[in-house]
Design a protein around this ligand. Structure first.
Ligand code: HEM
Length: 356
């Protein structure tokens, strides 16, 4: 199958009706199927977004089960392409890596994450190659996004290696996490820029407010990543304050101020700021501005994701970081960020077609 360079060109030659024998897809050039790249391009971008979201979820899972160093080397696992599974291989690993013993389930968690990253990288490369090789896709917006994607992917691969070789240094893991979010967001923007014409043009006056929301959520995500990569998630086991089981009247603030509790509380204060801002912004937009129903839907989605995120964050604290809740908190943060990115995209570009 080849990509057609002309978007108006046929997808399949009408003469090429599917037969029982599908060998017509082989060498016979006359019967070769041609897929319209421009049409499948947004689908590929969308599938890439789904894979990127899965990669982010798997990354959170790996961190939460403490399997970040499940494989102490990179890109292989104890020098193998897969987790060493034979008795002999495991014996050799024990001799070669005496200080980092192999724990099978942790090594698999790490390797499944890496395989998913490899799959995502292939999709990203196909997107970049399509943008370079298909004239109709070579728009200014696509070129800018694809260059950004390439830079982010390169940096992310280096960070992935450093995450392992520098033994989970929080400053590296935090950047790795943010890098994953930015790659997904760029893929999402590519999807938005290339799908069919948009049906709505919201008021551009909203742009500075929407941008403010996007920046605040981004800063809040950095605070969250900072908290989790420093393993400060359980530093304040009570809610809403960080009392740590002390009785209120003899609450000595100085004793409670450790670096980890400050990180944790900064994330909570950040959540309060984000909540007040987004709540006011979305309510004013929904109630006062009489926007089109399609625009309203996006605001309602933002509000819904915000409420869900706060609930999940509180549950993280009160139920002591259950795996499913912690992963959902990560994924919902990404979805909230994507919803705000979508709003900003629509406000910024107003009307985007393939020819923009
Ligand atoms: C808009 C609101 C919020 C956003 C966007 C947000 C985002 C995030 C992000 C991105 C992480 C890092 C996840 C990871 O490393 O995989 C995180 C971690 C965390 N957040 Fe939030 N958060 C919000 C609100 C809250 C609230 C209200 C609480 C608690 C009261 C909370 C508690 C936590 C905890 C305990 C962690 C560490 C979880 C872990 O180790 O995986 N968050 N948050």
């Amino acid at each position: 199958m080849t990509c057609s360079r002309d978007p108006e060109q046929i997808i399949l030659d009408p003469a090429d009706k599917p037969r029982d024998d599908r060998s017509y897809l082989g060498n016979d050039a006359r019967l070769r199927a041609k897929i319209n790249c421009v049409k499948i391009f947004p689908k590929i971008a969308f599938i890439s977004c789904v894979i990127a979201l899965i990669v982010i979820g798997l990354g959170a899972f790996t961190r939460l089960i403490d399997a970040g160093l499940g494989c102490p080397d990179w890109p292989g696992c104890y020098g193998h392409l897969t987790v060493p599974h034979t008795y002999l291989a495991q014996k050799l690993v024990a001799l070669e890596y005496p200080t980092t013993p192999l724990v099978i389930y942790k090594a698999w968690a790490e390797m499944v994450h890496r395989y998913a990253v490899a799959g995502l990288s292939l999709f990203i490369f196909s997107i970049i190659i399509m943008i370079i090789s298909v004239k109709k896709l070579r728009t200014r917006v696509n070129i800018i996004f694809s260059l950004l994607l390439l830079a982010l992917l390169g940096y992310q691969i280096i960070l992935g290696q450093w995450t392992v070789t520098l033994k989970l240094q929080p400053v590296i893991v935090t950047q790795h996490l943010i890098g994953g979010y930015l790659i997904l967001t760029t893929l999402w923007l590519i999807f938005l820029a290339n799908r069919a014409k948009l049906g709505w043009n919201p008021d551009k006056k909203l742009l500075p407010w929407a941008l403010g929301g996007l920046i605040l959520v981004f800063l809040q995500i950095i605070l969250g990543a900072w908290t989790s990569t420093h393993y400060a998630s359980l530093s304040c086991p009570d809610f809403p304050f960080c009392v740590n089981n002390q009785t209120m009247p003899v609450w000595h603030i100085k004793d409670l101020l450790t670096v980890k509790t400050i990180m944790h509380m900064a994330h909570r204060v950040g959540a309060m700021v984000v909540t007040i801002y987004l709540f006011c912004f979305t309510m004013i937009a929904i109630v006062r501005l009489r926007l089109k129903p399609s625009v309203n839907k996006l605001f309602i989605l933002i509000l819904f994701l915000l409420i869900m995120q706060i609930g999940l964050g509180m549950s993280n604290v009160l139920f002591k970081l259950p795996l499913a809740i912690a992963i959902s908190h990560t994924v919902t943060a990404v979805l909230l960020f994507l919803a705000l990115a979508t709003l900003n995209f629509h406000l910024f570009f107003k009307k985007v077609t393939h020819d923009s």
